[in-house]
Design a protein around this ligand. Sequence first.
Ligand code: SF4
Length: 473
Amino acid sequence: MSIHEECGVFGVISPQPGEVGRLAYYGLYALQHRGQESCGIVVNDDGVFASHKDLGLVGEVFDREVLTRLPQGTMAVGHTRYGTTGASNRSNCQPIEVNHQKGHMALAHNGNLSNAARLRDALELSGAIFHSTSDTEIIAYIVTKERLAAPSIEDALSAAMAKLEGAYSLVLMSPQKLICARDPHGFRPLCYGRTADGSYVAASESCALTAVGAEFVRDLEPGEILVFSRDGVVSRREHCGKTQPTPCIFEYIYFARPDSVMDGMSVHAARLRAGEILARTHPVQADVVVGVPDSGLDAALGYSRASGIPYGIGLVKNKYIGRTFIAPGQDHRLDQVKIKLSAVRESVVGKRVVLVDDSIVRGTTSGRIVSLLREAGAREIHLRVSAPPFLNPCYYGTDIDSRENLIACHHSVEEIAQIIGADSLGYLPVEQLRALIGGRYCCDACFTGRYPTPVPADSRKDRFERKLSEKSV
Ligand code: SF4
């Protein structure tokens, strides 16, 4: 519940000038769940870029006036951000724009480089000056540097990819081309589709294609570069097949929208399966199964179907809490959960409840939710979690960054149940994780510690800010 999503990227290229900025706006709306800190759109009007970026939700940053001011064009890229590297400030808003004598470029990135610190050090020592603390600027810098010798922007991107490690799904716009790329591990999703008027649309999740009326064509392969231009679509695969693809399993459990399909697997179906597995591995006598909105709902349905225990709406989420919501301080965490969630007394009073949630990080939120249900009259609460215990940080674009804060690193399952006040607790068995996506290989490092790439010594979100302040002492 308290893990933050990473980012959402969106791109469109149209055969005729039109309201591509508005299309990007609708696409970003569908990707809002992937990042709520900031957002931005860059429109390409015959090689001239116009942009608008700011802190806030898509609906807050892009009002009618801003949208009307965006010019018509043939291409646009958009981004919604929850920063996993770099602070939440305007300089870290995306898409990043680069003006260089070899041409303009706008870049939107989802993921996190695991060798960002090393790359940034090397670039700074060769004279680079960074304006932000996000690792996306590192990618922009390397692509621009490679562009000096490369015959095309896609060649420059390909040369840059040979230097990048970790997670990146990119949408890059040059004056003439829209280019998408997915890292060779395929940590983060990226797909594309086509609209009836012949526009191509790329997005982090297929739900954004559906939102703009585009027909899904396919996911990018891990390592693939796709180049869209007036000449059509060209796929480059020089980085494909060089390593075992390891898409993030937690996208299916928590990050992605249930109506998305990623790498041919439905997110909703994966969550249902998680619930079914929990019902088999952690059965309990109960009267009702309740999911924690939003990502616990599908797994709760799966548990209910597999166990035969009726499904009920036991918790309701306030959908209208945006970035402008002034959260109560640490001392008032209880109030914060109560403002976001409330219990439906009629569903739980006097009942033995199976409560299904997607994860437990510190345990604080889970404890609050258990209290809510108890106050509403639940007789017993049996918490079932549709993921295994978090035991390790993530270096690929989520803010699971410290073992200190992970309750499962310090307590047994029985102790955690006691701390959060549940009558029993059961996690998805780690050996069943891949069953959620048909047995495919995936990244499960935050649960197992098996990292698909070398990992950095410092993964804190503010590592570049800390370095800057250390230097200025
Ligand atoms: Fe996903 Fe966990 Fe791997 Fe991060 S470490 S990419 S959250 S599975």
